[in-house]
Design a protein. Structure first.
Lengths: 358, 359, 311
């Protein structure tokens, strides 16, 4: 009996349970398989996988400081993930996240450094706005090229990443440089004026920002008319055009929003942990943000736990080299294996039962 | 919008709820601050790139490991930390009770002092004298421009074509100091020389392909001595030189002056004229002592005088007169009769180079 | 300063450095023609680069090393093709995973094998046509004095152009990407064509990666391709998936990168960061000038689910 005929003949309680648990089980299965494959690689190269995984879990999840660091790491990933998601739901690929993060961060850092007399609310507001605008401006040209002339945004956004890296470096070494320091960076925002920490923990207010953004995007995509239109365009541009939707304007909005969110991710980093923008800094959230969106199966609700998971991996890559003599490159390998397993473990019946494209 | 909310939407909130539970657990009691021991027992070093890149990172690591062995101190290495926020790493080290953390990159100049202030764990930073704080922050200044000056003198005397190239993989302060020092040394013995200054790219420390390409170009432009600062990218430069020199008589080969480490024994050392060596052992030893004695929190300047920087023994192919001239110059710098400018920022470098070798 | 020598060196370097990019871009173009969007080229190139380097070091023969790199790429390509067709895997996710796995894996393996050593390949490849075109200033030596693999690469590119444009096989590959149902209707197999295209693409990317470590540089270190895989994707799209157009695109890109160096040598007082932007802005401008309304194969990126649409 094929799953499709199952659905048509007996939709019932068992079906609904299967339906709900399915994607979660699938994700867990993929995770287990990825751990298994990576474990084999570890064994083949003389490492102890049990010990390593144990250390990883202990350091990231089983101690409060580790969990806090994981959350801190997850915050910009979540925001960048929202940026990718917004574009992806409209059927577009914003590969320019890296560049938008850089210009957003630089703008926030510069504006923030100008406003250190104004107190925290003023500084935060203007710095965040600066980051958002910078990110949107940075994606504007690729966005316009795409909507007006159909020039593929994958290529243009990639190119703008490289340009952003050079441009921000130039600006930070030149007009925006802190002259009192030797290594090029913007004047630091004093620690008292950055995102404060929540209570006694290491988690900072950026968490609130990230969750607010997540909520806003969720409401927009799932509950608003413009969000619905955006998703419609993503599902089928042709049908949307037939329905007289202003496709070009919607695509433009999606990309601009995407760029703005990415810029905010950069702003978050500057206002929380870095406090300054440095010429050689490039966190390269883009790749992780895409991985994040795929692990969450482009579902905005799943974005939060997925961000935490990737945050744990990122933090693991920071501390595991010491703990288990596993270089950071191993974690990149693990992420890659995980994604590949995810890509393959596509439980097709789910897609057809739900009637969605996965 | 449909009035009928699909079931799976609500259930998907379960992972979100789970996440919030984790968050709640995370906001637990903070870890206790570690009490400071009187004697230093463990030191950690954080470097942005790989400890095997035969450059900046490796030298710091190897030197600290050597000092650790000699003083009987445990040494922990965190490599490939990049320029992202390293606070998690620093916190992790603090949690494990390290007595001192060496932040081996000028890019850590802000984050490490802030960490020291907030956690109480002493740190060592690079090139940031303004951040020193008693018992918390010490600073190492690499006055490599002095040794680079000697390299410039060496190049100026050894070049037969009159064209010398400086190829850099970026413009961080460490490279900049050396570029200016080199240029001034070159100018002092050979003011008519042509100096080609090439920046491979922005933070191109591991960009060997472009390093090779750029080096080939300056060789074509007539340079017969290349002063290369690259870390991993240096191998690209060296390969360009090795390839060019194949089948050439000894008088026509292009020579390389390296920085930081000593490649003379390896494949890469075939055409090595010399190297501006960084030796942190003296610095690290003294800083540990200061921490033990309670006088920690000052600037340590690596210089020709304390042998924190020095020129690697010059290749045998060089003219003996050149070698003695270099030795005399070294003595003059140490006794103060020659002063070398300390320029760390990129704009300053371009300005100074324009002054010395106008194009 | 010998201006002619500098120009020759810049042009020669542009040709050399564009070769790996060219091979990878043509590979990606063929893959996309068949409907497979492979974002994992960077990973494939890195793995093949390491394999080729290791084999050359062990055997002493660059030819063997290059073959090894190509074989590694072939394997990766077949796996990708099978997973994307029969495995119904999401191509974008699979590609991204390949990039991460290939990058992390090659760096990890390199460390495991060589530790802190950095071995260098001593002898470069031979230059079969050296000196033949010396009478033609700048262009002559730049073109004729290249290592033999560069010419092999050009032959492969022209061969690919011929196959894709003029043979039945090429027609079927294009059909697999343009109208898969149509292909099945006339008795072809979309799966077989896509896997074949992926295999070819993987081999070419593998050769590209091998070219970087064995021919261009003479050593391997983690991340040595420096994003060439992603640039290849961009150039494949810029060249509208046509091998010959891609050749010109990669060459132009290489020249623009050389312009950066040339201007610095000439002492032009422009900030190096600004010069570094030029090649990338160049691609964007080229896209605006030549790339408007480029149509990619209709079935690109979509898994083929059979005539009936569901099973």
């Amino acid at each position: 009996m094929s799953p499709v005929s199952l659905a048509r003949s007996r939709p019932g309680f068992g079906d609904a349970v299967f339906h709900r648990l399915g994607p979660a089980l699938e994700s867990l299965a993929a995770l287990a398989l990825a751990f298994l494959i990576s474990g084999v690689v570890m064994l083949a190269t003389g490492h102890d996988p049990v010990d390593a995984y144990g250390e990883l879990v202990r350091r990231t999840l089983l101690r409060p400081s580790g969990l806090q660091e994981v959350i801190v790491r997850a915050i910009p990933l979540l925001i960048a993930g929202l940026a990718v998601l917004v574009a992806a739901r409209a059927g577009l690929w914003n590969i320019g996240i890296d560049g938008q993060v850089l210009v957003g961060a630089m703008a926030a850092a510069v504006v923030g450094s100008w406003l250190d007399a104004g107190g925290r609310p003023v500084l935060w507001t203007f710095a965040i706005v600066a980051g958002v605008l910078a990110g949107a401006v940075w994606i504007a040209i690729p966005a316009l090229l795409r909507t007006r002339w159909g020039i593929n945004e994958i290529v243009t956004t990639i190119m703008f990443n490289y340009v952003a890296f050079s441009l921000t470096a130039w600006l930070v070494k030149g007009p925006f440089r802190d002259e009192t320091l030797v290594a090029p960076q913007t004047p630091a925002i004093p620690p008292e004026l950055r995102f404060g920490t929540l209570g006694d923990t290491r988690v900072h207010i950026g968490l609130v920002l990230a969750l607010v953004l997540w909520l806003a995007v969720t409401v927009w995509l799932q509950r608003s008319v413009s969000g619905f239109e955006l998703r419609a365009v993503g599902e089928s541009p042709r049908a949307a055009r037939h329905a007289m939707l202003p496709v070009a304007a919607i695509l433009l909005t999606a990309l601009l929003a995407s760029g703005a969110l990415a810029g905010m991710a950069g702003g978050n980093d500057v206002l929380s942990t870095k406090g300054t923008f440095q010429a050689e800094w490039n966190p390269e959230y883009g790749l992780s943000a895409f991985a994040l969106v795929f692990l969450a199966r482009r579902n905005v609700y799943a974005l939060v736990p997925a961000a935490l998971f990737l945050g744990a991996l990122a933090y693991g890559a920071d501390v595991m080299p010491r703990a288990a003599d596993l270089p950071a490159s191993f974690f990149t390998l693990f992420e890659g294996i995980l994604l590949m397993v995810f890509a393959v473990l596509h439980w097709r019946p789910w897609a057809r039962l739900k009637g969605e494209r996965s | 919008m449909s009035r009928h909310r699909p079931i799976h939407n609500r259930l998907s909130l379960l992972p979100v709820g789970l996440a919030m539970l984790l968050v709640a657990q995370a906001l637990g009691p903070p870890t206790a601050a570690m009490a400071q021991d009187a004697a230093v027992e463990s030191v950690a070093i954080v470097t942005p790139a790989s400890r095997t890149n035969q450059g900046w990172d490796q030298q710091g690591v190897d030197n600290l490991v050597a000092v650790g062995e000699e003083l009987g101190i445990e040494v922990e290495v965190v490599e490939n930390a990049g320029y992202d926020d390293i606070t998690p790493i620093l916190n992790d080290l603090a949690d494990d009770g390290f007595d001192l953390i060496v932040c081996h990159a000028s890019g850590y100049q802000t984050v490490c002092p802030e960490f020291a202030q907030s956690s109480g764990v002493p740190v060592v930073v690079i090139e940031n004298p303004g951040a020193v704080a008693s018992a918390l922050v010490a600073d190492i200044e690499t006055q490599a421009q002095e040794a680079a000056y000697l390299a410039g003198v060496l190049a100026g005397l050894e070049t037969t074509t009159g064209t010398v190239a400086v190829v850099v993989s970026g413009e961080p302060p460490t490279w900049n100091f050396m570029t200016v020092g080199f240029a001034e040394g070159l100018h002092s013995v050979n003011p008519e020389a042509t100096l080609l200054y090439q920046v491979i790219g922005e933070a191109a420390y591991d960009d060997a392909p472009n390093a090779k390409r750029v080096t080939e170009s300056v060789i074509a432009a007539g340079a017969d001595i290349v002063f290369g600062m690259g870390d991993g990218a240096s191998f690209g430069m060296i390969q360009a030189i090795n390839e060019h020199n194949q089948n050439l008589p000894p008088e026509e080969v292009v020579m390389f002056i390296d920085v930081i480490g000593d490649k003379s024994g390896s494949d890469a050392g075939q055409y090595l004229l010399s190297s501006v060596l960084f030796d942190y052992r003296g610095a690290y030893t003294q800083l540990v002592q200061q921490l033990d004695e309670g006088t920690f929190g000052k600037v340590y300047t690596m210089s020709l005088e304390n042998e924190g920087v020095r020129l690697l023994e010059i290749a045998e192919s060089a003219d003996p007169e050149t070698v003695s001239h270099v030795e005399e110059t070294q003595a003059a710098i140490i006794d103060g009769s020659i002063e070398v400018s300390a320029v760390g920022d990129a704009d300053g470098v371009h300005g100074r180079l324009d002054e010395l070798f106008p194009r | 300063m010998n201006v002619e020598a500098v120009l020759t060196a810049l042009l020669a370097a542009a040709i050399l450095s564009s070769t790996a990019l060219l091979l990878a871009a043509v590979g990606e173009a063929i893959s996309e023609r068949a409907g497979l969007l492979n974002l994992g080229i960077e990973g494939v190139m890195l793995i093949s680069s390491l394999a080729a380097f290791w084999l050359t070091l062990e055997s002493g023969s660059t030819a063997l090393g290059l073959l090894g790199g190509g074989a590694a790429g072939l394997l990766c390509g077949i796996v990708f093709g099978l997973l994307a067709t029969i495995g119904r895997a999401d191509q974008v996710v699979l590609g991204l995973g390949t990039t991460l796995a290939g990058g992390g894996g090659s760096a990890f393996l390199f460390r495991e094998i060589y530790g802190s050593d950095q071995p260098l390949l001593a002898q470069g490849q031979g230059r079969p046509f050296q000196g033949l075109l010396d009478w033609l200033p700048v262009i002559g030596p730049a073109v004729a004095d290249q290592r033999w693999f560069i010419y092999v690469a050009w032959l492969l590119v022209f061969g690919a152009q011929f196959v894709v444009a003029r043979t039945t096989f090429g027609l079927r590959i294009r059909a697999a990407g343009e109208s898969p149902f149509g292909l099945e209707a006339v008795g072809g197999s979309v799966i077989r064509m896509r896997v074949a295209a992926a295999a070819i693409a993987g081999t070419l990317s593998g050769l590209g990666g091998a070219c970087v470590s064995v021919v261009e540089l003479g050593f391997f270190s983690p991340g040595i391709t420096a994003g060439a895989g992603f640039l290849a994707i961009a150039l494949a799209m810029l060249g509208r998936l046509s091998p010959v157009r891609i050749l010109f695109g990669t060459l132009a890109f290489g020249l623009l990168t050389g312009l950066d160096t040339g201007l610095q040598i000439a002492g032009v007082d422009v900030r190096p960061e600004f010069l570094a932007m030029l090649p990338y802005l160049g691609i964007v401008i080229a896209l605006v000038a030549f790339g408007r309304g480029t149509r990619l194969p209709r079935a690109l990126g979509k898994p083929y689910t059979g005539i009936a649409g569901s099973r």
